[in-house]
Structures are given as C-alpha cells and as structure tokens.
Design a protein around this ligand. Structure first.
Ligand code: PXP
Length: 238
C-alpha cells in the first residue's frame, strides 16, 4: 500500500499567524524524502490553508504525484486545467465545516460531474471521487467516468464501539472489492492514524491511503520526516 500525505495543516499553521512559514512546499519535499508516494493539498474556496501560490509551486516541486483536492466548481476546474496536477480528487465542500465531512452525493450532480471529469480527463488529469462506502456509489462513479474512488474512512475512524468499527470496515472492504473488480482504482482516507490503520491489512484492493492530520500531529513532536517514515513503515507492510 502507498502513502499520500495531505499537507494542508502545514498551511493551517502558517495561516494561523498570516506569516510565510511553515511553508507547505518545503513540507512536500520532506514528505517525499521520507518515502511518501504522493502529496495531497486541498484548495478551498475560502483559501483557509492552501492557497493558489502553494498549488502552483507544488506542481513544480512535487516529484511523486500531486493530488489536488477540490470542489467541482468552475473556478477550481479552471485552476486545475492550468496547473495540471497528476490527479484531482473531487470532494464536497461546505464553508462551515472544519474538514471534509462526507463523501460526494453523486446522483444530484451527475451531469455536472460528467462534464468536469471529461474536461479534466482531456487534460490527462486522473480523477478520483471521495465517496462514502456505499455500493451504489461504485456504479455511479463508473457512470460519471471516474478513474479512482477514495473511500471515506471517517465513519470508521470515529466509531466508538468495536462493533461499529467492524461493521464500517466490512462496508469499506465490500465497496473496495466491488470497485476493484470493475477496474476502478481504490484508495481510502480521512481520520486514519498510526493505530486504526492496521485492519486495512485485510483489504488489499486499497492501493493507497491519504493521511494528513495524524501525521502532522506526530510531526509536532518527532519532526515531519520521522512522522512520515513511521507511517510509511506501517503501510509498506500491506
Ligand atoms: N482524503 C480527503 C478527501 C480529505 O478531505 C482529507 C482531509 O483533508 C483526507 C483524506 C485526510 O484526512 P486526515 O487529515 O483526517 O488524515
């Protein structure tokens, strides 16, 4: 399994003081140096952490794979078509949320997603959809032309009982197998940390995990390179 590191929170810290440091572009280099195989950043409408300058510079320095997370808006599609990340992950966006709260609800925006995915694909950008682990999302993802689905693991991560966690893991595994059989690439992310990631050992269809908050939290104490190396060691076992 591969690790993609979400560096948004480096920019969150920068924006907390409106300063120029810490720089997420430097963070991206350290993450790659430590073994990350992808860098993820979310350009939000309100630019609360990552900004346009970051995305453009990241495109220049990231050597592994740049995944631009964004809402399917005209503004973001235009930026993606100019910057040309390797991958775009389409997520729902809500101004009041602290972090992405749920997966995309494809059905009401099917036509919009088809257009956006086709425009991005014309620029040779792969498109991933961030989806809750519901089997109906797999068919819808195929219908709108996605290459990849990123399964939202937030509910798994936030489960308070073991039974709820096992049930959620079962749903994630079923959707991963179904999507993989239909030739969609499957990744997962949200709320994953150094402890709750281990059960994913049993879901080989998940090729990559996208992790931000837990790595950045550990980095405060260990340094970013060590925090990424520790997670790379875990995911490399899968
Ligand atoms: N994947 C997606 C689509 C996300 O929106 C986020 C959060 O920005 C993550 C993965 C990473 O989640 P976390 O920061 O909880 O590891």
């Amino acid at each position: 399994m591969k690790l993609a590191v979400n560096i948004d929170h480096i920019a969150t810290l920068r924006e907390a003081r409106g300063e120029i440091e810490p720089d997420p572009v430097i963070a991206a280099g350290i993450c790659e140096f430590a073994g990350a195989e992808g860098i993820v950043c979310h350009l939000r409408e309100d630019r609360r952490h990552i900004n346009d300058r970051d995305v453009r510079l990241l495109r220049e320095v990231v050597k592994t794979k740049l995944d631009l997370e964004m809402a399917a808006t005209d503004e973001m599609v235009k930026i993606a078509c100019e910057v040309l990340p390797d991958l775009v992950t389409l997520v729902p966006e809500n101004r009041k949320e602290l972090t992405t709260e749920g997966g995309l609800n494809i059905e009401p925006m099917k036509d919009r997603l088809k257009d956006v995915i086709s425009e991005l694909s014309d620029k040779e950008i792969f498109v991933s959809l961030f989806l809750d682990p519901d089997p109906k999302n797999v068919d819808l993802a195929l219908e709108v032309g996605a290459d990849i689905i990123e399964i939202h693991t937030g509910k798994y991560a936030n489960s308070v009982t073991e039974d709820a966690q096992i049930a959620e893991l079962g749903k994630i595994g079923a959707v991963a197998r179904m999507a993989s059989e239909l030739d969609l690439v499957v990744t997962a992310g949200h709320g994953l940390n150094y402890y709750n990631i281990f059960p994913f050992l049993n879901i080989p269809e998940i090729r990559e995990v996208s992790i931000g908050h837990s790595i950045m939290s550990r980095a405060v104490f260990t340094g970013l390179q060590k925090a990424v190396e520790d997670m790379v060691k875990i995911v490399a076992k899968f």
